[in-house]
Write a protein that binds this ligand. Structure first.
Ligand code: SF4
Ligand code: SF4
Length: 358
């Protein structure tokens, strides 16, 4: 719920990254608009649908199989034609997983969970900054990409915020893809390590879509909350990170979603929405496939995204992404919530004595 107290909250952060309202609102040039299909990306996404269903692919799949295939092909060609971006784009990226060992290592789920975290964060050949575990929810998977695995291990890969802050310049896109590559490789290393111990596992990373939506899995695994800009907010990294996942049948213990006040903060913050050139970010949550949540208008975002090597402005300007700010904002929001709840409890207690019974 938005309160008047929320409305000025972002103004209290002197170190926040701000951006004036981009005006006029960006409109796609003809060559970009011509790439788009008749069908709305919001319709494919299930905007306004009351019933829960599997998500449908919009981008980062076989271009011949998706309505927005021409948009994806255009973006890939632009990347490959760019002297620097072409060096970070993994084309035809294949990996041969190690065979699942016949020697099955048995451990308690708690021990496996700890071992997975240690490998991902400290001991593996390519370490990452965040690691969480969630029991698999089949509703995260695209319609034709079901799984029989039981857990998803979600990895968070930090981006260099200074490079990200150059968005939408190619230097930002290069950093995004460098970290996509690190996340994909780290997920494959982790999956291979699990397979070498006799358990099934498969690693997936971006920007290719893989079998599932990674953001809801990451929320369930405790990596962050969904922000108004449609990306995750983590108290340590803000929105300046990428995701990769490992699907496995290893016995594990799931983590829990976190509440660091990010969702509450978003209700009173306008920074990303004002910075978004095509005005794709809404200030109200919307119904999408049976759930009410923050939602970015795909038909507005995607043309700018395609014209700018992947944009990234909204996650760069988010105040939580500024190094060191996330925990500070989180502490302030949670303190304020505690004070508000405590004041309400006091008011309830004192008014309870005023009640007259018939
Ligand atoms: S990525 Fe999309 S939503 Fe975010 S600022 Fe760019 S155009 Fe707007
Ligand atoms: S996502 Fe970040 S920039 Fe956008 S409203 Fe939330 S806190 Fe503000």
């Amino acid at each position: 719920m938005t309160t008047s107290d929320d409305a000025d909250l972002p103004q209290r952060w002197p170190n926040r990254v701000t951006a004036p309202r981009r005006s006029p609102v960006w409109r796609p040039p003809e060559d970009i608009a011509d790439l788009f299909p008749e069908v709305s990306g919001n319709t494919i996404n299930g905007l306004g649908e009351r019933t829960q269903r599997s998500p449908s692919l919009i981008m980062w799949a076989n271009p011949a199989s998706i309505a927005h295939g021409a948009v994806q092909t255009h973006m890939t060609e632009e990347f490959l034609a760019h002297p620097e971006l072409s060096t970070v784009l993994r084309v035809d990226d294949r990996h041969s997983p190690v065979p699942v060992s016949d020697q099955v290592v048995e451990r308690a789920p708690e021990e496996w969970a700890e071992a997975v975290r240690t490998f991902a964060l400290h001991d593996g050949p390519l370490t990452v900054e965040l690691c969480g575990i969630a029991a698999i929810d089949r509703s995260w998977f695209f319609a034709d990409r079901a799984t029989d695995h039981t857990y998803v291990i979600v990895l968070g890969i930090a981006m260099d915020h200074q490079a990200l802050s150059t968005a939408p310049a190619p230097t930002s896109a290069m950093e995004v893809h460098r970290q996509y590559n690190r996340g994909t490789s780290a997920a494959r290393h982790l999956a291979d390590w699990i397979r070498a111990q006799g358990h099934r596992a498969e690693g997936h990373g971006g920007p290719g879509a893989g079998p599932l939506l990674m953001v809801p899995a990451a929320i369930a695994a405790g990596l962050g909350e969904l922000g108004k800009h449609g990306s995750l907010i983590n108290p340590e990294l803000g929105s300046s990170f990428r995701l990769s996942v490992v699907l496995t049948d290893l016995p594990l213990v799931a983590d829990r979603p976190i509440d660091n006040g990010a969702d509450e903060f978003c209700h009173g913050c306008r920074v990303c929405a004002e910075a978004c050139p095509p005005a794709a970010i809404s200030h109200t949550e919307q119904l999408v496939r049976g759930r009410t949540r923050w939602y970015v208008d795909v038909d507005r975002c995607l043309p700018y995204f395609a014209a700018s090597h992947g944009c990234g402005i909204c996650i760069a300007v988010c105040p939580w992404s500024t190094p060191g700010e996330g925990w500070r904002i989180s502490t302030a929001v949670l303190d304020r919530r505690r004070r508000r709840n405590s004041a309400r409890a006091t008011a309830d207690t004192s008014s309870a004595g005023d009640q007259q019974h018939p």
